[in-house]
Design a protein around this ligand. Structure first.
Ligand code: NAD
Length: 494
């Protein structure tokens, strides 16, 4: 049984809280470990280590900070398989998907290697006679990251790469459902030369999160998780004077117009709905199908479903693994079970018999779904795809814009004009044009709108650099002492 502890001040620290949570292998349903759940004192110890390390790290030159990131880049690259197998063991995702997660996380470390360039300020010579004005960006101090179960390596990398490169120190509170990879990343950062105390991990639950939110030495909080918790994090953190970016849940729609290539759209829907068992905040949950092609599209999706190889994440030919917990499996299965009573048609039922080992639900497809039904109104976060029939473009766009979530969306069409209009009209943060999962590359920023993001700043990329720094403007004059005189007027440019 793995015993998963904290990482504070450059080493593993055994918890004394007396509280633990179970960690499972979702493919078998067996408990494989237990994770410490931090006490308030343990969070305070991690924040104290980060606070003590902050002045030294902030004063470390840009080139030395970049050097640590370059070394971390090499270490993550060399350990891709090791990280991926840790992800598969506790999250359940298949190894190929876990390798993809590592690759997308690594992009953020590569972006952070460019921090000397990213932190260049502006300079205006002779803004007034003999006066120069320039801007600089400085780190915030201690920042915290609170992360979800579905990307236990990538989402922390979204956060800590830029935060550390900008000169902050970091306290990570990973998901208690798949916590081991956080410690592996902490070890790699230490090997990369990051000084002790700059990166800390407190394992835990609400107790740890709430302490981070009210700790006076935590300057900022980055959060990724479900919408109700994101709202709580944003409201509590900002009420306590912290800078907060809190990314929430999603219900992503894919609009398929009548002129789309239906085989391409069906292939895309399968990958985007069932990849990672639908446990992606950018997964497609709803296909909006233009009426004239809806029957064909549903048939094409349904005929592909038996080809999806479902199995344990570490089996070489698996394409889709289990869900994270037994409770989540039952909740996801409940949406399939309840659909007929609401008037929808279950085309493919992926529920498994009671007593089946592991936390599996096979790919499921529900047709004739309408707003108001439970499977439409809720984030399912599982391998269940709903099809809603729409008259055409206007109807589809209106439905997407009426949805409270607005993380990602996609349009499938061969009409460039319609795609251009969609990009203009749609009220969603990340948009795909014939791309079903439009996760921005690391030199753009990631974030939804509406109930998918609380706060003003998207995650990683240029907005991540802004989030983890604050601006300062310096107005400077080196006058000849002989010209000095008293002047009580308000400074004007001359
Ligand atoms: P979650 O909200 O349950 O947990 C996220 C984090 O918050 C975890 O670290 C957890 O320990 C903590 N937490 C849980 N309950 C808490 C409480 N009551 N008070 C304080 N902290 C609490 O989310 P999850 O189930 O781990 O992840 C899945 C959710 O995350 C989905 O809704 C998914 O859409 C969302 N997600 C969003 C994005 C995005 O970029 N928008 C990315 C990944 C996941």
């Amino acid at each position: 049984m793995n015993d998963i502890q904290h990482w504070i001040d450059g080493k593993v620290v055994a918890s004394t809280s007396g509280r633990t949570g179970p960690v499972f292998n979702p493919a078998t349903g067996d408990q494989t470990g237990q994770v410490a759940l931090a006490s308030v004192d343990e969070v305070d110890a991690a924040v104290a280590a980060a606070t003590a390390a902050a002045p030294g790290w902030r004063a470390t030159s840009l080139s030395k900070r970049a050097e640590v990131m370059f070394r971390m880049r090499e270490l993550v690259d060399a350990n891709r398989k090791e990280i991926a197998s840790l992800l598969t063991a506790e999250h359940g995702k298949v190894l190929s998907d876990a390798m993809g997660e590592v690759a997308r996380g690594l992009e953020n470390i590569e972006f952070a290697c460019g921090v000397p360039h990213l932190l260049k300020g502006e300079f205006s010579e002779q803004a007034s006679s003999g006066v120069d004005v320039y801007s600089i960006r400085q780190p915030l101090g201690v920042v915290a990251g609170i992360t979800p179960f579905n990307f236990p390596a990538m989402v922390p990398m979204w956060m800590f790469a830029n935060a550390l490169a900008c000169g902050n120190t970091f306290v990570l509170k990973p998901s208690e459902k798949d916590p081991s990879v956080s410690l592996f990343l902490a070890e790699l950062l230490a090997q990369a030369g990051l000084p002790a105390g700059c990166f800390n991990v407190v394992q835990g639950d609400k107790v740890a999160v709430d302490r981070l939110l009210d700790h006076p030495d935590v300057a900022a909080v980055s959060f990724v998780g479900s919408t109700p918790i994101a709202k709580h994090i944003y409201e509590t953190g900002t009420a306590n004077g912290k800078r907060v970016q809190a990314l929430g849940g999603a219900k992503n729609h894919m609009l398929v117009l009548a002129d789309a290539d239906l085989d391409m759209a069906a292939d895309a829907a399968i990958g985007a709905a069932y990849g990672s068992a639908g446990e992606r905040c950018m997964a497609i949950s709803v296909v909006l199908a233009a009426e004239s092609i809806a029957d064909d599209l549903v048939a094409k999706i349904a005929e592909r479903i038996p080809g999806v190889r479902v199995g344990a994440g570490n089996a070489p030919d698996s394409e889709m693994g289990p869900l994270i917990t037994a409770e989540h499996r039952d909740k996801v299965a409940g949406y399939v079970e309840g659909a007929p009573a609401e008037g929808a048609t279950v085309v493919v039922d992926g529920r498994r018999p009671d007593g089946d080992p592991g936390f599996f639900v096979d790919p499921s497809l529900i047709d004739h779904v309408r707003p108001g039904m439970a499977c439409y109104e809720n984030e399912i976060f599982g391998p269940v795809l709903s099809v809603v029939r729409v008259h055409g473009y206007e109807d589809g766009v209106a439905m997407i814009n009426a949805n409270p979530w607005a993380n990602g969306t996609a349009i499938f069409t061969r009409d460039g004009g319609a795609a251009r209009e969609f990009q203009f009209d749609i009220e969603v943060g990340m948009v795909g044009i014939n791309v079903p999962i439009p996760v921005p590359v690391s030199y753009y920023s990631f974030g939804g709108w509406k109930a998918s993001l609380f706060g003003d700043t998207h995650m990683y990329g240029p907005e991540g650099i802004n989030f983890y720094t604050r601006g300062k403007v310096v107005t400077s004059r080196w006058p000849d002492p002989s010209t000095s005189k008293v002047d009580l007027g308000f400074p004007e440019t001359r």
